[in-house]
Design a protein around this ligand. Structure first.
Ligand code: TYD
Length: 136
């Protein structure tokens, strides 16, 4: 699969702001895949390590609803680190990208919008398998 870390995009989520606070809206222009599933990570210990896998078909958007964490991306050739720390920034991860998430701040919440229902068969959890997958 040919996707690279440059295909991973940081997306500005439109917000409506007034004296009462901010409201962020995600519609299909912002998350350009049909959202089939929403999940979130919370109560994450700061030394926790999440991810450590890639997906064959799944598109995801990660949002730091609260606090911050780091997302480390690999495509088999290059690496990139992105810190998510704003609830109006989404990270659009395309299929075929290895991700690891760490450095969670206290109380952080990671919201994930996903293009498919949960399917363990879509995961690549071994980095050597991932490198083979990227060569096909
Ligand atoms: P995993 O995707 O590996 O979590 P992370 O990438 O955050 O480290 O999933 C952790 C566990 O949760 C694993 O046993 C599968 C399960 N799980 C579900 O049952 N449904 C889901 O939608 C997700 C994302 C995970």
């Amino acid at each position: 699969m040919k996707t690279t870390i440059n295909d991973v995009l940081t997306v500005q989520i439109p917000t409506v702001s007034d004296t009462r606070g901010k409201l962020a809206v995600i519609e299909k222009d912002c998350a350009p895949f049909g959202i089939q599933r929403v999940y979130y990570l919370y109560d994450v210990p700061s030394d926790s390590y999440r991810g450590g896998h890639a997906h064959k078909k799944l598109y995801q958007m990660l949002i730091a609803l609260s606090g911050s964490f780091e997302v480390h991306l690999k495509d088999g050739e290059n690496e990139r680190k992105i810190t998510l720390n704003k609830p109006d920034k989404g990270l659009l991860i395309v299929p075929g990208i290895w991700r690891e998430i760490d450095n969670f701040s206290s109380g952080s919440v990671c919201l994930v919008l996903a293009s498919e229902a949960y399917d363990e068969g879509d995961y690549i959890r071994d980095f050597e398998d991932f490198k083979l997958f990227k060569r096909t």
